[in-house]
Design a binder for this molecule. Structure first.
Ligand SMILES: [Zn+2]
Length: 584
């Protein structure tokens, strides 16, 4: 079994491992390459535009991270074409279908960039140009392979002119229009060929050679060789499906509805998940991912151990039917928490409307498992993962619960990812993300940003002020944006843009979005008026940070627009991230 995925950076451990293996294959299979070229690979992924071309790396690997093959594509955004620089399988894997799957992934990538097509060099199948029968045989096989996709050499030009007299096998330039029926105009073909020769082979090709080849392109449009090996009806139809590795990993808390507070006015209800799911499922951009189980130690890595133990125990003894609301708050004598566990609730709670019951612990623990599963998806190379969970978590501090929250799932995921690089948490719920602020307040490796209603009028009332900037090592690593009681989407985005700029400056390796939809029009807990189109634009704006992004569901309680707003948010985020458009 293998999967194909795009590698965006050399930060995530599994990507580092993959890149090292790709370099190994380059060394053994492409012996003519200079070592410095090979060494450069991670850097070209990090600074993709440095050499006029954007480098895109795809690998085929198994789930242990063993690379079976890879392709490097160069995207030239001005002329808007792709050049397939390398495609190869590791030696022991040749002839196992990996090349075909890789090539199809490359084509899909080039299509989604809306390019005019894919070009690449291929050694000639003409005995006059290829004198070694063994090599000639390989060249025939290769051109035959590409012909199955409709890719054939450009003819009637001097491209395949040897650089020196004794050069055998001067390559053809092959064009794959990706099934779009495009013809290459002479003008565009000349520009493309010049760009390839100068950009790729600048050191090898003398200027006069480049001029000679460019001028030799006379046909308009350029001519593509007639099919030689494959009948037209046998050409593989272009597959337009969304590549699996571009999909958003969706981890749903399947046990969320065991936590159901029936009291009137308790807006944090099970229907929220169903409403979101119903709207996003049909989009085709999500891939459902099973939940993994994690031990309690991950919860205790951000929450006080006695708080976690307390919550577990008290939920067990309360019984199935009862909900306990905190009603005594021993703020003056913190060294003597009440002996009776249900009464002790106020010792750990910040408000009077977040009850304890049998399933609060179990549901909250399951939400944490979902967030950590989604974090693992990010570590396995996925670009976007979404933990669709309830209860929410961003009001849960190190040692307290409240605001419908018990465990801070986004903070636990941030702590987990912080072992692999710097993390930024962007909280776009209507209410201040006091939980992660408290948890990371003295940390410089986790940036916490929250955009919320001013605590003057919005829950939790006692935190979220702009002068809370972090302390000790964490100074300036906490940023609060407080907004007025009545704002629209445009005003919101001005502030979101500022938050995005701060995150860029912090240079994190991972982004966590604490996603709330209570900023929407008509939310019973908010006062703003964002509509679906605003959420789409917010998603698109966040995609410009261009990092592996883990989204954790927080608030949002207007059942009438909750699902639609979620659909539009992910449309914006996904399209922005992959430069595609999708019909929902
Ligand atoms: Zn909220």
């Amino acid at each position: 079994m293998f999967r194909i995925r795009r590698i965006y950076d050399d930060v995530i451990p599994i990507n580092k491992l993959a890149i090292a293996q790709v370099q190994g294959i380059l060394r053994t299979q492409f012996s003519f390459l200079h070592e410095e070229e090979i060494e450069k690979l991670p850097e070209t992924l990090r600074n993709p535009m440095k050499h006029d071309f954007r480098s895109i790396l795809y690998v085929a690997d198994d789930f242990k991270g063993n690379v079976k093959g890879f392709a490097v594509v160069l995207h030239e955004p001005d002329l808007n074409f792709c050049f397939l620089d390398f495609i190869s399988t590791s030696k022991q894997m040749t002839g196992r279908g990996i090349g075909g799957v890789l090539y199809e992934r490359v084509r899909l990538g080039a299509l989604s960039l809306k390019t005019v097509g894919l070009l690449f060099e291929c050694l000639p199948d003409d005995p006059k140009l290829s004198h070694d029968p063994q090599i000639l045989k390989q060249n025939v096989a290769r051109l035959k392979f590409y012909e199955r996709y409709g890719a054939r050499p450009i003819i009637n030009t001097a491209y395949e002119t040897p650089l020196t007299h004794d050069d055998d096998n001067p390559p053809y330039m092959v064009y794959d229009d990706l099934g779009q029926g495009n013809k290459l105009s002479r003008n565009l073909a000349r520009k493309i060929v010049r760009k390839i020769l100068e950009g790729k082979y600048g050191d090898l090709c003398p200027k006069s050679y480049v001029e000679m080849v460019v001028k030799s392109i006379k046909d308009d449009p350029v001519r593509i060789r007639d099919p030689k090996y494959i009948k037209p009806e046998k050409i593989i139809a272009t597959n337009h499906t969304i590549p699996e590795d571009d999909k958003i990993a969706l981890v749903i808390n399947d046990k969320h509805d065991i936590h159901h507070i029936h009291e009137r006015g308790y807006v944090e209800s099970p229907i929220r998940i169903k409403t979101i799911l119903k709207e996003i499922e049909s989009s085709g951009i999500f891939r459902s991912t099973p939940i993994q189980h994690f031990s309690e130690k991950y919860i205790k890595s951000v929450h006080n151990a006695s708080y976690v133990d307390y919550l577990k125990k008290v939920c067990e003894i309360i019984g199935a039917e009862k909900s306990v609301y905190p009603y005594v708050f021993p703020i003056r004598n913190v060294t003597r928490p009440p002996k009776e566990l249900p009464i002790r609730a106020g010792y750990y709670c910040i408000d009077t409307f977040t009850p304890l019951n049998l399933n609060a612990y179990l549901a909250a623990k399951r939400a944490v498992d979902c967030a950590l599963t989604a974090a693992n998806e990010i570590l396995s190379g996925r670009r976007i993962a979404y933990a669709l969970v309830r209860p929410p978590g961003h009001h849960a501090e190190r040692k307290s619960f409240g605001g419908f929250c018990y465990f801070n799932s986004n903070a636990i995921a941030a702590q987990y990812l912080s072992a692999y690089g710097k993390v930024a948490i962007l909280d776009i719920d209507y209410h201040h993300g006091n939980g992660q602020q408290d948890i990371f307040y003295e940390r410089s490796d986790v940036l916490t940003i929250s955009i919320h209603g001013h605590p003057r009028f919005a829950y939790p009332y006692f935190t979220g002020f702009e002068d809370e900037i972090g302390s000790c090592m964490g100074e300036k690593c906490n940023v609060n944006f407080t907004l007025q009681e009545h704002i629209n989407g445009a005003r919101y985005r001005e502030v979101l843009q500022k938050a995005v700029n701060i995150i860029r400056k912090f240079q994190p390796q991972y982004l966590i979005v604490a996603l709330g939809f209570d900023t929407a029009k008509g939310d019973p807990t908010g006062s703003w008026s964002l509509i679906a189109k605003d959420f789409e634009q917010n998603g698109r704006l966040i995609s410009t940070i261009n990092l592996p992004t883990l989204v954790v569901q927080e608030g949002g309680y207007n059942i009438r627009n909750l699902g639609i707003n979620a659909r539009y948010f992910f449309k914006g985020l996904w399209e922005g991230m992959f430069r595609k458009s999708v019909e929902f």
